[in-house]
Design a protein around this ligand. Structure first.
Ligand SMILES: [Zn+2]
Length: 284
Protein backbone atom coordinates (compact mmCIF):
# COMPACT_ATOMS: atom_id res chain seq x y z
CA UNK A 1 0.00 0.00 0.00
CA UNK A 2 1.17 3.52 -0.58
CA UNK A 3 2.73 4.94 2.57
CA UNK A 4 3.95 8.34 3.65
CA UNK A 5 7.10 8.44 1.47
CA UNK A 6 5.08 7.41 -1.61
CA UNK A 7 2.31 9.92 -0.88
CA UNK A 8 4.73 12.77 -0.18
CA UNK A 9 6.33 12.25 -3.55
CA UNK A 10 2.96 12.00 -5.34
CA UNK A 11 1.77 15.19 -3.63
CA UNK A 12 4.89 17.09 -4.67
CA UNK A 13 4.34 16.11 -8.31
CA UNK A 14 0.59 16.73 -8.23
CA UNK A 15 1.12 20.16 -6.69
CA UNK A 16 3.29 21.12 -9.62
CA UNK A 17 1.02 19.60 -12.26
CA UNK A 18 -2.58 20.26 -11.17
CA UNK A 19 -2.77 23.23 -8.77
CA UNK A 20 -4.46 26.14 -10.50
CA UNK A 21 -6.18 23.96 -13.09
CA UNK A 22 -9.95 23.82 -13.46
CA UNK A 23 -12.07 20.66 -13.45
CA UNK A 24 -13.69 20.27 -16.87
CA UNK A 25 -15.22 16.83 -16.40
CA UNK A 26 -15.65 13.99 -13.92
CA UNK A 27 -15.71 10.31 -14.84
CA UNK A 28 -16.69 7.83 -12.15
CA UNK A 29 -15.76 4.29 -13.20
CA UNK A 30 -15.89 2.53 -9.83
CA UNK A 31 -18.60 4.23 -7.76
CA UNK A 32 -17.85 1.94 -4.80
CA UNK A 33 -14.83 4.10 -3.85
CA UNK A 34 -16.83 7.33 -3.79
CA UNK A 35 -18.28 8.88 -0.61
CA UNK A 36 -20.08 12.15 -1.33
CA UNK A 37 -21.01 13.89 1.90
CA UNK A 38 -22.68 16.89 0.23
CA UNK A 39 -25.99 16.88 -1.64
CA UNK A 40 -25.84 17.01 -5.43
CA UNK A 41 -24.48 15.08 -8.38
CA UNK A 42 -20.75 14.61 -8.46
CA UNK A 43 -20.19 16.37 -11.81
CA UNK A 44 -22.43 19.29 -10.86
CA UNK A 45 -20.51 19.61 -7.61
CA UNK A 46 -17.04 19.52 -9.14
CA UNK A 47 -17.08 20.81 -12.73
CA UNK A 48 -15.98 24.43 -12.96
CA UNK A 49 -14.02 24.36 -9.71
CA UNK A 50 -10.29 25.08 -9.51
CA UNK A 51 -7.81 22.91 -7.62
CA UNK A 52 -6.44 25.34 -5.03
CA UNK A 53 -3.97 23.09 -3.26
CA UNK A 54 -2.84 19.50 -2.82
CA UNK A 55 -1.51 18.19 0.46
CA UNK A 56 -0.93 15.02 2.44
CA UNK A 57 -2.46 14.40 5.83
CA UNK A 58 -1.74 11.06 7.44
CA UNK A 59 -2.45 8.46 4.72
CA UNK A 60 -4.76 10.80 2.79
CA UNK A 61 -4.21 13.16 -0.13
CA UNK A 62 -6.38 16.30 0.05
CA UNK A 63 -7.42 18.49 -2.87
CA UNK A 64 -8.88 21.90 -1.94
CA UNK A 65 -11.71 23.05 -4.22
CA UNK A 66 -13.02 26.28 -2.69
CA UNK A 67 -15.72 25.37 -0.18
CA UNK A 68 -15.38 21.69 -1.05
CA UNK A 69 -12.54 19.28 -0.53
CA UNK A 70 -11.66 15.88 -1.94
CA UNK A 71 -9.91 13.53 0.51
CA UNK A 72 -8.45 10.36 -0.99
CA UNK A 73 -7.34 7.40 1.12
CA UNK A 74 -5.61 4.96 -1.25
CA UNK A 75 -5.63 2.07 1.27
CA UNK A 76 -4.24 -1.16 -0.15
CA UNK A 77 -3.72 -0.53 -3.84
CA UNK A 78 -4.93 2.96 -4.75
CA UNK A 79 -2.68 5.24 -6.78
CA UNK A 80 -2.74 8.46 -8.73
CA UNK A 81 -1.76 8.96 -12.34
CA UNK A 82 -1.63 11.86 -14.77
CA UNK A 83 -2.75 11.04 -18.28
CA UNK A 84 -4.34 12.30 -21.44
CA UNK A 85 -8.12 11.65 -21.51
CA UNK A 86 -7.71 10.37 -25.07
CA UNK A 87 -5.21 7.74 -23.92
CA UNK A 88 -6.13 4.14 -23.22
CA UNK A 89 -8.29 3.94 -20.11
CA UNK A 90 -6.69 1.61 -17.56
CA UNK A 91 -8.89 -1.24 -16.26
CA UNK A 92 -8.32 -0.16 -12.65
CA UNK A 93 -9.49 3.43 -13.23
CA UNK A 94 -11.84 4.38 -10.38
CA UNK A 95 -12.24 8.11 -10.93
CA UNK A 96 -10.87 10.67 -13.37
CA UNK A 97 -10.93 14.44 -13.19
CA UNK A 98 -10.50 15.92 -16.65
CA UNK A 99 -8.61 19.17 -16.26
CA UNK A 100 -8.66 22.51 -18.03
CA UNK A 101 -5.25 22.00 -19.68
CA UNK A 102 -6.41 18.81 -21.43
CA UNK A 103 -4.79 16.42 -18.95
CA UNK A 104 -6.59 14.06 -16.66
CA UNK A 105 -5.97 13.28 -13.00
CA UNK A 106 -6.74 9.63 -12.42
CA UNK A 107 -7.35 7.73 -9.23
CA UNK A 108 -6.74 4.04 -9.93
CA UNK A 109 -7.53 1.20 -7.56
CA UNK A 110 -7.62 -2.42 -8.70
CA UNK A 111 -8.99 -3.78 -5.42
CA UNK A 112 -11.33 -0.82 -4.83
CA UNK A 113 -10.58 -0.65 -1.13
CA UNK A 114 -9.54 2.99 -1.19
CA UNK A 115 -11.99 5.83 -0.61
CA UNK A 116 -12.56 9.17 -2.31
CA UNK A 117 -14.47 11.51 -0.01
CA UNK A 118 -16.10 14.70 -1.29
CA UNK A 119 -16.74 16.89 1.74
CA UNK A 120 -17.38 20.48 2.76
CA UNK A 121 -14.16 22.31 3.54
CA UNK A 122 -13.66 22.36 7.30
CA UNK A 123 -15.40 19.02 7.95
CA UNK A 124 -12.30 16.88 7.49
CA UNK A 125 -12.39 15.60 11.07
CA UNK A 126 -15.58 13.69 10.23
CA UNK A 127 -13.73 11.49 7.73
CA UNK A 128 -12.67 8.20 9.37
CA UNK A 129 -8.89 8.40 9.81
CA UNK A 130 -8.69 12.20 9.62
CA UNK A 131 -10.09 12.94 13.07
CA UNK A 132 -6.83 12.52 14.93
CA UNK A 133 -3.46 12.85 13.21
CA UNK A 134 -0.39 11.54 15.01
CA UNK A 135 2.87 13.28 15.73
CA UNK A 136 4.66 14.23 12.49
CA UNK A 137 7.64 11.88 12.43
CA UNK A 138 9.59 14.12 10.05
CA UNK A 139 9.17 17.34 12.03
CA UNK A 140 12.37 17.49 14.14
CA UNK A 141 10.97 20.20 16.40
CA UNK A 142 7.96 18.08 17.42
CA UNK A 143 9.14 14.50 16.94
CA UNK A 144 11.85 14.56 19.57
CA UNK A 145 13.15 11.62 21.59
CA UNK A 146 11.33 13.07 24.61
CA UNK A 147 8.01 13.33 22.76
CA UNK A 148 8.38 9.77 21.47
CA UNK A 149 9.22 8.43 24.94
CA UNK A 150 6.04 10.06 26.26
CA UNK A 151 3.99 8.45 23.46
CA UNK A 152 5.53 5.03 24.04
CA UNK A 153 5.03 5.20 27.81
CA UNK A 154 1.27 5.11 27.30
CA UNK A 155 1.25 2.00 25.11
CA UNK A 156 0.15 -1.45 26.18
CA UNK A 157 0.38 -3.05 22.73
CA UNK A 158 2.90 -4.77 20.50
CA UNK A 159 5.51 -2.48 19.00
CA UNK A 160 4.47 -3.00 15.38
CA UNK A 161 0.84 -2.20 16.22
CA UNK A 162 2.05 0.99 17.96
CA UNK A 163 4.14 2.05 14.97
CA UNK A 164 1.19 1.59 12.61
CA UNK A 165 -1.22 3.62 14.76
CA UNK A 166 -1.67 6.70 12.59
CA UNK A 167 -3.40 8.56 15.42
CA UNK A 168 -0.11 8.29 17.36
CA UNK A 169 2.56 8.68 14.66
CA UNK A 170 2.21 10.29 11.21
CA UNK A 171 2.73 7.80 9.68
CA UNK A 172 3.73 4.25 8.82
CA UNK A 173 2.02 1.24 7.29
CA UNK A 174 3.09 -2.38 7.17
CA UNK A 175 6.16 -1.92 4.98
CA UNK A 176 7.86 0.98 6.72
CA UNK A 177 7.02 -0.36 10.19
CA UNK A 178 8.97 -3.53 9.24
CA UNK A 179 11.88 -1.42 8.00
CA UNK A 180 11.97 0.65 11.19
CA UNK A 181 11.93 -2.46 13.41
CA UNK A 182 14.77 -4.03 11.46
CA UNK A 183 16.76 -0.80 11.67
CA UNK A 184 16.18 -0.62 15.45
CA UNK A 185 16.78 -4.41 15.86
CA UNK A 186 13.49 -4.95 17.66
CA UNK A 187 11.16 -7.95 17.25
CA UNK A 188 7.78 -6.85 15.80
CA UNK A 189 5.82 -8.67 18.51
CA UNK A 190 7.75 -7.19 21.44
CA UNK A 191 5.44 -5.36 23.84
CA UNK A 192 6.20 -1.63 23.93
CA UNK A 193 6.33 -1.67 27.74
CA UNK A 194 9.00 -4.41 27.65
CA UNK A 195 11.42 -2.14 25.75
CA UNK A 196 14.19 -0.37 27.63
CA UNK A 197 14.86 3.39 27.33
CA UNK A 198 17.71 2.76 24.88
CA UNK A 199 15.46 0.66 22.65
CA UNK A 200 12.76 3.35 22.69
CA UNK A 201 15.37 5.93 21.64
CA UNK A 202 16.73 3.72 18.88
CA UNK A 203 13.18 3.13 17.67
CA UNK A 204 12.67 6.90 17.50
CA UNK A 205 15.93 7.38 15.61
CA UNK A 206 15.07 4.52 13.24
CA UNK A 207 11.69 6.09 12.36
CA UNK A 208 13.35 9.40 11.48
CA UNK A 209 16.12 7.71 9.49
CA UNK A 210 13.98 5.20 7.58
CA UNK A 211 11.16 7.59 6.65
CA UNK A 212 13.54 10.43 5.83
CA UNK A 213 15.81 8.29 3.67
CA UNK A 214 12.84 6.72 1.85
CA UNK A 215 11.41 10.15 1.08
CA UNK A 216 14.78 11.31 -0.29
CA UNK A 217 15.37 8.12 -2.28
CA UNK A 218 11.97 8.25 -4.00
CA UNK A 219 12.47 11.94 -4.80
CA UNK A 220 15.88 11.12 -6.28
CA UNK A 221 14.46 8.33 -8.46
CA UNK A 222 11.52 10.52 -9.57
CA UNK A 223 9.33 7.66 -10.87
CA UNK A 224 5.93 8.20 -12.52
CA UNK A 225 3.53 8.78 -9.60
CA UNK A 226 1.57 5.58 -10.31
CA UNK A 227 4.70 3.50 -9.60
CA UNK A 228 5.61 2.50 -6.07
CA UNK A 229 9.38 2.22 -5.60
CA UNK A 230 10.25 -0.33 -2.90
CA UNK A 231 13.37 -2.07 -4.19
CA UNK A 232 15.63 -0.22 -1.73
CA UNK A 233 13.89 -1.64 1.35
CA UNK A 234 15.97 -3.92 3.61
CA UNK A 235 13.43 -6.54 4.82
CA UNK A 236 9.97 -5.79 3.47
CA UNK A 237 9.12 -8.15 0.62
CA UNK A 238 12.47 -9.97 1.03
CA UNK A 239 11.19 -13.16 2.65
CA UNK A 240 13.79 -15.92 2.16
CA UNK A 241 16.56 -13.53 1.07
CA UNK A 242 19.67 -13.03 3.24
CA UNK A 243 19.62 -10.17 5.75
CA UNK A 244 21.86 -7.33 4.56
CA UNK A 245 23.37 -7.03 8.01
CA UNK A 246 24.00 -10.62 9.08
CA UNK A 247 23.07 -12.96 6.22
CA UNK A 248 20.28 -14.81 8.08
CA UNK A 249 17.24 -15.56 5.94
CA UNK A 250 14.47 -12.97 6.29
CA UNK A 251 11.37 -14.55 7.79
CA UNK A 252 7.67 -13.61 7.81
CA UNK A 253 5.61 -13.62 10.99
CA UNK A 254 1.96 -12.79 11.65
CA UNK A 255 1.31 -9.76 13.85
CA UNK A 256 -2.34 -8.96 14.56
CA UNK A 257 -3.56 -9.95 11.12
CA UNK A 258 -0.64 -8.23 9.39
CA UNK A 259 2.41 -10.04 8.13
CA UNK A 260 5.79 -8.81 9.29
CA UNK A 261 9.06 -9.41 7.46
CA UNK A 262 11.99 -9.55 9.86
CA UNK A 263 15.45 -10.95 10.55
CA UNK A 264 15.31 -13.53 13.36
CA UNK A 265 18.97 -12.89 14.26
CA UNK A 266 19.00 -9.07 14.23
CA UNK A 267 15.54 -8.90 15.82
CA UNK A 268 15.62 -11.56 18.54
CA UNK A 269 12.43 -12.57 20.30
CA UNK A 270 12.87 -11.88 24.02
CA UNK A 271 9.25 -12.49 24.92
CA UNK A 272 8.95 -14.60 28.05
CA UNK A 273 12.69 -14.65 28.66
CA UNK A 274 13.71 -14.07 32.24
CA UNK A 275 10.24 -14.87 33.50
CA UNK A 276 9.81 -18.04 35.53
CA UNK A 277 6.99 -20.18 34.15
CA UNK A 278 5.68 -21.77 37.36
CA UNK A 279 3.42 -24.13 35.42
CA UNK A 280 6.46 -25.90 34.02
CA UNK A 281 8.22 -26.30 37.35
CA UNK A 282 7.75 -29.68 38.98
CA UNK A 283 7.35 -29.75 42.75
CA UNK A 284 10.58 -30.96 44.33
ZN1 LIG B 1 20.08 -9.87 10.31
Amino acid sequence: MPERPDLEYAVKVLRKEVVGLGIAGVRVKKPVVLRVAVPGKIDELLVGRTIGSVKRMSHFVLFALGDLEIAVSPMLAGRFALAQPSGKQPADLALALDLSDGSSLQYRDDVQMGKVYVIRAGTRAEVPGLGKIGLDALDPRRFTREAFRALAARRRDQVKVFLMDKAAIDSMGNAYADEVLWEARIHPKAMVRSLGPEQIDSLHDAIVKVLGEARDEIARRAPPIEEKVRDFLAVRGRHGEPCRRCGTKIRSAGVHGHDADMCPTCQPDHRGKGIVDWRKLKPS
